[in-house]
Design a protein around this ligand. Structure first.
Ligand SMILES: Cc1cc2nc3c(=O)[nH]c(=O)nc-3n(C[C@H](O)[C@H](O)[C@H](O)COP(=O)(O)OP(=O)(O)OC[C@H]3O[C@@H](n4cnc5c(N)ncnc54)[C@H](O)[C@@H]3O)c2cc1C
Length: 331
C-alpha cells in the first residue's frame, strides 16, 4: 500500500456539480434566458426542414424557426431556430423525436455514491463572504436550503466560506483489491463527505427521475467509507445524507460528440462525456454557444472541433441518411 499527493490547493479544486449547474442556470436567467425545468417528450421539425447528409447539416440563418419542443403534459414550446440535445445517458431517446439524429450504440455505466454530513458542521455558522476569492464555494440560490452560513450576495448568488471546516480538504483515492473497491472520497467545505464507486450495467430507466441505486451497492460503499477512520464510523457525528446513483454516458467510440448535427440543420448535440463531464461540460457549453450563434471558434483547433462533431467517429461508419432510415425502421 502506498500513497502520494496529486497536488495541493494551488493545483487542485473541487466542483460541486449541482451547485455549478444551478449557478449557470441562474446566470443564464440573469442574462435574459428563460429556464424551463420539464421533461422533453418530443422535438418536431417544422414542415420544410430537410434532412442533410454531410459533415454538418447546413445551418439556417440564426433566428429561422425550425423546431418545436413538447414537454410532459403536452405543452408545446417554440418554434426555435436551434435545439441543443444534451440529455446525457438518455441521448438515444432523441432518435425517437428526430430519427437518426444521434448514432446508435451508446453505453451507459451506472455508478453509486453516498454523502455523509458532519452534524457539527450543520450546526456551525460559516462566515459568508463574496464569491470569487480562493477557498470559497459558489452556492446558487436555487438550492432549496442553502448550507448554514451561506448568505445571499448582491447578485443573488450565495457563497460559503471554507472556514470552519469539519474535515480537511484532502481528497482520497482508495484502492482495496480484496473487496474490489476503488472509492473516491471528497470532503466538502460545508462538512459533507461525498464518495463514489461500484459500477453496474443496469440499463437506464425510462426517465432520470426513476434512477434508483442497485440493491446493496450504496450500503457497501457507506460501510467502506465509515471504515476509513477520521470519525466517519460515528453515525451520529456523520449521518447519511444521500445514497444515490447516476450514469456515465459513453458515446460510440468513447469520445464525446459535440457540435451541429450532420442530419438536422439547427440541431446541436453535446453528450458522451463519460467520466469527465463535470470538467468538460462548461467547455462543451462554450463551444456549442459559439456554434449555435455561428461565431468563429478561436479557442480550439479546427481538427479538434471536427473530431468532436457528430459525423466524425462512429457516424462515419454509418452515414447520416442510413442512420435516419434505420431509426425510422425501428419506430
Ligand atoms: C459517480 C460519478 C462520479 C463522477 N465524477 C466525475 C468527476 O470527478 N469529474 C468529472 O469531470 N466528471 C465526473 N463524472 C461524470 C459526469 O457526471 C458526467 O460526465 C456528466 O454529468 C455528463 O454531463 P451531461 O450534461 O452530458 O449529462 P448529465 O449530467 O447526465 O445531464 C443530462 C441531463 O439531461 C436530463 N434529461 C434527460 N432526458 C431528458 C428529457 N427527456 N427532458 C429533459 N431533460 C432530460 C437529465 O435529467 C440530466 O439532468 C462522474 C459521474 C458519476 C456518475
Amino acid at each position: 500500500m502506498g500513497s502520494g499527493p496529486l497536488g495541493d490547493a494551488s493545483t487542485t479544486a473541487q466542483v460541486h456539480p449541482a451547485r455549478l449547474t444551478c449557478a449557470l442556470a441562474e446566470r443564464a436567467t440573469q442574462a435574459g434566458c428563460t429556464v424551463i425545468q420539464q421533461q422533453v417528450v418530443a422535438v418536431e421539425a417544422l414542415p420544410g426542414v430537410s434532412l442533410r447528409s454531410g459533415a454538418a447539416a447546413d445551418s439556417a440563418a440564426p433566428g429561422t424557426p425550425q423546431y418545436t419542443i413538447t414537454t410532459q403534459g403536452g405543452q408545446k414550446h417554440g418554434p426555435f431556430s436551434a435545439v441543443v440535445l444534451a440529455t446525457g445517458a438518455w441521448i438515444e431517446c432523441a432518435n425517437a423525436w428526430l430519427p437518426g439524429v444521434v448514432p446508435f450504440g451508446w453505453r451507459n455505466v451506472k455508478v453509486h455514491s453516498v454523502v455523509l454530513q458532519a452534524a457539527a458542521a450543520a450546526a456551525t455558522s460559516c462566515t459568508a463572504t463574496c464569491a470569487g476569492s480562493a477557498g470559497q464555494v459558489a452556492v446558487d440560490s436555487c438550492q432549496p436550503s442553502p448550507h448554514p452560513g451561506a448568505q445571499a450576495t448582491s447578485q443573488g448568488t450565495v457563497c460559503l466560506q471554507e472556514h470552519p471546516r469539519a474535515l480537511p480538504a484532502t481528497m482520497l483515492f482508495v484502492h482495496d483489491g480484496e473487496q474490489g473497491l476503488e472509492p473516491e472520497v471528497y470532503p466538502r467545505p460545508c462538512g459533507e463527505v461525498y464518495s463514489c464507486d461500484i459500477s453496474s450495467d443496469t440499463p437506464v430507466p425510462e426517465t432520470p427521475a426513476e434512477v434508483q441505486p442497485d440493491a446493496g451497492s450504496c450500503e457497501k460503499l457507506e460501510k467502506f467509507l465509515r471504515g476509513l477512520g477520521g470519525g466517519l464510523d460515528d453515525t451520529d457525528a456523520f449521518p447519511l445524507k444521500a445514497a444515490q446513483a447516476c450514469y456515465l454516458p459513453y458515446a460510440p467510440g468513447d469520445q464525446p460528440i459535440i457540435g451541429p448535427s450532420d442530419v438536422y440543420p439547427g440541431v446541436f448535440i453535446g453528450a458522451g462525456h463519460n467520466c469527465w463531464g463535470i470538467l468538460l461540460g462548461p467547455a462543451t457549453g462554450l463551444l456549442l454557444a459559439h456554434q449555435v450563434l455561428q461565431q468563429p471558434v478561436h479557442f480550439l483547433s479546427k481538427d479538434t472541433v471536427q473530431s468532436l462533431a457528430p459525423g466524425s467517429t462512429n457516424c462515419k461508419k454509418q452515414p447520416a441518411v442510413a442512420r435516419a432510415e434505420q431509426a425510422v425502421s425501428q419506430t
